[in-house]
Design a protein around this ligand. Structure first.
Ligand code: CMC
Length: 430
C-alpha cells in the first residue's frame, strides 16, 4: 500500500508537493490542500464548490450515489418512522438520541421559549402586508439579536445553547405571525399544552373568538416535514450560516443570512416553485409539452423539484414524502389534482433518456408542497415551513464550527480576470 498522499506537480516549474489525504467515516477522501499556496503559489479553482469540502463535520452524511441520508449516523427512513422532530433536534444538537428525561426536559425547554418579546410584535407593522413571508422571516430572525442580547457571546457554550433553543422555539411563532400579519388577522400566542407542530397550526389558524380543533393528521404530517428538512450537511444555506458565523457574527445574524440563502428557487424556494409549475401544467395531458421544454437547452424552464447537486439517485426524503402524500390526502379527505399531475410527471420523466442520463430524480421539494397544501398551508409559506425545519441544522452546524477553537474566518480566493493595473485618468481626459 502506498503513502496516504497525492503528489501535485506544477509542470510549468517542475515543483511538486505531497498533499495529505483526509479520510472520514464514510464518503470519498479529501485532499488537504491548505499548504498549496505556501508551497506552489497557487490556489484551487472550483466555482459552485462542486469538488470542495469546506469543513469536518460529525452531524450529517449523504451518499448521493446510493440515495442515503444519515443524521448523526441514523438513517433518515428510521428516524421518519420512529422519531419526532424535537427528538431529531436533540440528536442533531447534542449528537446522541436523548434518554426519556432528556427528551422531556428538552421539549419543556423549547416549549417555554416559544413566546416572542412583545417589542418584536411592533416590528411586523413596519412591513407591507403583501410582503413575501420569507422577506419577513429574514428581517424578524435577524432582529432577534436586537431583543436577546443576553445570549450573544459566541465563545460561551451556555449562550450558544440558549440561542439555539430560542431559535428552534421561536421560528414557528415568527413564521405564523408573518402569515397572520399578511392577512390582517390577530396574532395567536403559543400554548404550552401543545406539541411543536400543533402549536404552529394553532398560531397559524386559531382565532380568539372561537375554539380551534387541531387535526392530528395535519400535526403528524407537519412534524414529518420538519424532521425530513432538519439538516442536509453543507448545502447553500448551511454554508452561508457557517461563512457568516465564521466572522464571529452572532447566531441570529448568521441564521438570518441562512434564511436569505434558502429562499432561492434553486434551494428551499423550489417547493413553492413546484406547486406553481404543477398549476401551470394544469392537466396530465400537458405534461409532455413541459417535459420537452425542460429538455430544451435554449429554454430556461426546468422541472422544479427535480435534480440535486449531491443526489444522483432518488432523494430518500422524496421517497418518504411521496409515500406520506397518499396517507395525508386520505386522512385529510383531500383530492388534489396536482398530486396526480406530479405522479404522472415523475413517471414520464423517470423513463426519459434526458433525465436518466443526467441522473435527475425528484428531490425533497417535489412532493412536500402537496402535503402542505393538504393541511392548508398557503403556497408562499412553503419555504417558511422548510426554514422552521432547517433551523436546527443551521444552528447545530454553526455550534459545531464555533465550538472548535481552530475556527477561522471563511475567505475564498478568486481568479482575477479584470483590467491589469492602470493609472487614473482625470475626467476631462477620458
Ligand atoms: N430540469 C431539467 N434539467 C435539469 C434540471 C431540471 N430540474 N436540473 C438539472 N438539469 C440539467 C441541467 O440543465 C444540466 O444539463 P447540461 O449538463 O446539459 O447543462 C445538468 O442537468 C446538470 O445541472 P446543473 O444545474 O449543472 O446541476 P447543479 O448540481 O448545479 O444543480 C439543482 C442542482 C438542484 C440546482 C438543479 O438540479 C435544479 O435547478 N433543479 C430544480 C430546482 C430544485 O428542485 N431545487 C431544489 C433542490 S433540493 C432542495 C434544496 O436544496 O433546497
Amino acid at each position: 500500500m502506498g503513502k496516504d498522499t497525492v503528489t501535485i506537480i506544477d509542470n510549468s516549474t517542475g515543483k511538486s508537493i505531497e498533499v495529505p489525504i483526509k479520510r472520514g467515516t464514510h464518503g470519498p477522501p479529501l485532499m488537504d490542500i491548505g499548504k498549496l499556496y505556501q508551497e506552489l503559489g497557487m490556489f484551487t479553482y472550483d466555482p459552485g464548490f462542486v469538488a470542495t469540502g469546506s469543513c469536518e463535520s460529525k452531524i450529517t452524511f449523504i451518499d448521493g450515489e446510493k440515495g442515503i441520508l444519515l443524521y448523526r449516523g441514523y438513517p433518515i427512513d428510521q428516524l421518519a418512522e420512529h422519531s419526532s422532530f424535537l427528538e431529531v433536534c436533540y440528536l442533531l444538537l447534542y449528537g446522541e438520541l436523548p434518554l426519556d428525561n432528556e427528551l422531556t426536559n428538552f421539549e419543556d425547554m423549547i416549549t417555554h421559549h416559544t413566546m416572542l418579546h412583545e417589542g418584536l410584535k411592533d416590528f411586523y407593522s413596519g412591513f407591507r402586508r403583501d410582503a413575501h413571508p420569507m422577506a419577513v422571516m429574514v428581517g424578524v430572525v435577524g432582529a432577534l439579536s436586537a431583543f436577546y442580547h443576553d445570549s450573544l457571546d459566541i465563545r460561551n457554550p451556555t449562550h450558544r445553547e440558549i440561542s439555539a433553543h430560542r431559535l428552534i422555539a421561536k421560528l414557528p411563532t415568527i413564521a405564523a405571525w408573518a402569515y397572520r400579519f399578511s392577512r390582517g388577522e390577530p396574532f395567536a400566542y403559543p400554548k404550552n399544552s401543545l406539541s411543536y407542530s400543533e402549536n404552529f397550526l394553532h398560531m397559524m389558524y386559531s382565532f380568539p373568538s372561537e375554539d380551534y380543533e387541531i387535526n392530528p393528521s395535519a400535526a403528524k404530517a407537519l412534524d414529518l416535514i420538519f424532521l425530513l428538512h432538519a439538516d442536509h450537511e453543507q448545502n447553500a444555506s448551511t454554508s452561508t450560516v457557517r461563512l457568516a458565523g465564521s466572522s464571529q457574527a452572532n447566531p441570529f445574524a448568521g441564521i438570518s443570512a441562512g434564511v436569505g440563502a434558502l429562499w432561492g428557487p434553486a434551494h428551499g424556494g423550489a417547493n413553492e416553485a413546484v406547486i406553481n409549475m404543477l398549476s401551470t401544467i394544469g392537466d396530465v395531458s400537458h405534461i409532455d409539452k413541459y417535459v420537452k421544454k425542460a429538455k430544451d437547452s435554449n429554454d430556461p424552464f426546468r422541472l422544479m423539484g427535480f435534480g440535486h447537486r449531491v443526489y444522483k439517485n432518488y432523494d430518500p426524503r422524496a421517497a418518504i414524502i411521496r409515500k406520506a402524500c397518499y396517507d395525508v390526502l386520505e386522512d385529510m379527505k383531500v383530492d388534489d389534482p396536482l398530486f396526480d399531475i406530479a405522479l404522472k410527471l415523475e413517471e414520464i420523466a423517470l423513463k426519459d433518456d434526458y433525465f436518466i442520463s443526467k441522473k435527475l430524480y425528484p428531490n425533497v421539494d417535489f412532493y412536500s408542497g402537496i402535503i402542505q397544501r393538504a393541511i392548508g398551508i398557503p403556497t408562499n409559506m412553503f419555504t417558511v415551513v422548510f426554514t422552521i425545519g432547517r433551523c436546527v441544522g443551521w444552528i447545530s452546524q454553526w455550534n459545531e464550527m464555533t465550538a472548535d477553537p481552530a475556527m477561522k474566518i471563511g475567505r475564498p480566493r478568486q481568479l482575477y480576470v479584470g483590467h491589469a493595473k492602470r493609472d487614473y485618468v482625470p475626467i476631462h481626459h477620458r
